[in-house]
Design a protein around this ligand. Sequence first.
Ligand code: FMN
Length: 219
Amino acid sequence: MGKKCLIIYASLTGNTEKVAFRFKSTFERNGWECDSFKIRKKAEDILNPPFKLNDYDFLCVGSGIRVHLPYNEILNVLRRFRLGIDPRIALRNRDETIPYIKGPLPERPPPWEDPSIINHHRKIVLGPDSKKAVVFTTYSGYEFGPKEAEPSMQLLALEIEHLSFKCIGQFCCPGRFLHHPTPRTYHGDIQDRPNERDLLKAEMFIEEKLEEITDRISR
Ligand SMILES: Cc1cc2nc3c(=O)[nH]c(=O)nc-3n(C[C@H](O)[C@H](O)[C@H](O)COP(=O)(O)O)c2cc1C
């Protein structure tokens, strides 16, 4: 197995980026080559991202959370790879669009009549030789704690498994939201999160995943 890792993430206030950077330095310390890209709310990032997934052996995908879900820009770049087309085509079926992508949409028949969509669907079976991936989020979890990060991590995991990367782990930690102590919330004061302890946990998480995949290869 090669040792080339790609980290892609969306981060609006810098919390998830701190985790992404710690992941990157952990991969590099373990002898991996590691590229990281922040996906911005820009047409070029969604439609022409400057990387090819096939170039990588391991993928990390991360995002902050808003309204219980990962940021649209990370979902949309993953959809772009999955569909191979402008993701607005698929979002139309949810009455959604991407406001900062301005170009006209190509004319397409409805999905049940579109041969490219019909042919695109197939059963995916991920096995021991599939490439591996992890997902990560930072969140505030004011009401329910880590449970509030789960839907986002599951959604990211589902998207990357559609890209044939097997998701072997999910990492989350609190990330500052309000600039107040919020003592009545699940985690209490998270104004300094992710803190060094969170980032050490992020580091351990990656170390453990690398041990797991190396053990499997050497057995
Ligand atoms: C407008 C807004 C909505 C948010 N909604 C949620 C939410 O639904 N659930 C949650 O756990 N955290 C929520 N958060 C907290 C962010 O997910 C958290 O601060 C995260 O660390 C931000 O990541 P980033 O700095 O990488 O953008 C929200 C934050 C903002 C600013």
